[in-house]
Design a protein around this ligand. Structure first.
Ligand code: NAP
Length: 287
């Protein structure tokens, strides 16, 4: 916060509620008020209005404050009416349980459908996987969001550390992520990042984040190490000159289609019934 970071993202399933409790506690301890924006997410198995509202109430209890941005973490299964999720999110805002609502992992056609569903309050954002190593959102989603005046929040903006210089996986999240593995061993992309970083005198993580900012996205990098926060904060301030933008664009162009022309992250969940998703979370300890 001292470095100017004022947006924190969590979710009801992160640490099965523990992440929200810790974030709320940390913000209170540091006297943060509504100058800081807190975003959280209701799980995608909350498929009708009442379930969404109950989820937001629990989130606020754990955070110890009203969540600023409530997001639907992933779209509901294909056979569930999307409008009932939107209705729940709208009602959360109208009842004062959240200040705004947004979507997450919604591809362009589902964003359009959600906009058609919204009657009284419109979504303000879509949180999707987006980085130099995962550029599928640029195919149609970016344009759809721009037209609707919605923000794009970019998750995994460092490709789980691969864009920041980590070449070998150190934890299960990195090991299990094909985007991390491919970006970490992509010589063209790594050389371009190295060159931009050297010529600008800025860390690679800052360069990768600044590239997202230059594209109008809001990156939400994660780190467990306090000493890395300065590099993250610099990513919001660094302005990349034309030659750096061109260099990075050229080196990452193949990622426009590498992971599919349409946005695909977490779309497999649309084939899993809500009850099965819910039971899986309960089995893990539940929220
Ligand atoms: N909506 C969704 O479905 C969804 C899905 C995934 C994530 N998210 C959100 O996006 C956030 C970030 O995503 P993410 O954690 O997947 O990916 P990320 O921010 O791209 O990468 C995080 C990883 O990068 C490493 N890292 C960070 N800064 C570094 C630096 N300067 N040098 C080297 N390594 C560095 C971190 O290691 P250390 O911890 O050791 O620093 C961590 O392993 C999450 O916290 C979450 O809020 C949302």
């Amino acid at each position: 916060m001292e470095l100017g970071l004022n947006f924190f993202d969590t979710a009801e399933i992160y640490g099965l509620g523990r992440s929200e409790r810790l974030l709320g506690e940390a913000l209170r301890r540091h006297g943060a008020g509504y100058d800081v924006v807190v975003a959280s997410k209701v799980a995608g198995y909350r498929f009708y209005r009442g379930l969404v509202l109950r989820g937001v109430e629990s989130i606020n209890r754990r955070l110890g404050r009203t969540v600023d941005l409530i997001q639907a973490h992933w779209p509901p299964p294909a056979w569930v009416p999307l409008c009932s999720v939107v209705r729940g999110l709208e009602d959360a805002v109208l009842r004062g349980l959240a200040h705004y609502y947004g979507l997450s992992n919604y591809p362009a056609p589902l964003v359009e459908r959600a906009l058609e569903c919204s009657r009284r309050v419109e979504p303000v954002s879509d949180q999707v996987q987006y980085s130099l190593a995962y550029r599928s959102p640029e195919n149609r989603l970016v344009e759809t969001l721009e037209k609707a005046g919605m923000a794009l929040i970019a998750w995994s903006p460092l490709a789980k550390g691969a864009l920041a210089g980590t070449s070998r996986p150190r934890d299960p999240a990195q090991r299990g992520d094909p985007v991390f593995r491919e970006a970490a061993s992509d010589k063209t992309l790594q050389t371009a990042l190295d060159e931009a970083s050297r010529r600008l005198g800025a860390p690679r993580a800052s360069v990768a984040l600044a590239w997202l900012v230059s594209r109008g996205a809001v990156p939400i990098p994660g780190t467990r190490r306090a000493e890395r926060v300065a590099e993250i904060a610099l990513g919001g301030e660094l302005e990349l000159p034309g030659w750096a933008l061109e260099l990075l664009d050229r080196a990452s162009r193949r990622y426009l289609e590498r992971w599919g022309r349409c946005y695909r992250s977490l779309q497999w969940l649309r084939l899993v019934p809500c009850l099965a998703q819910y039971l899986a979370v309960r089995l893990l300890g539940g929220v």
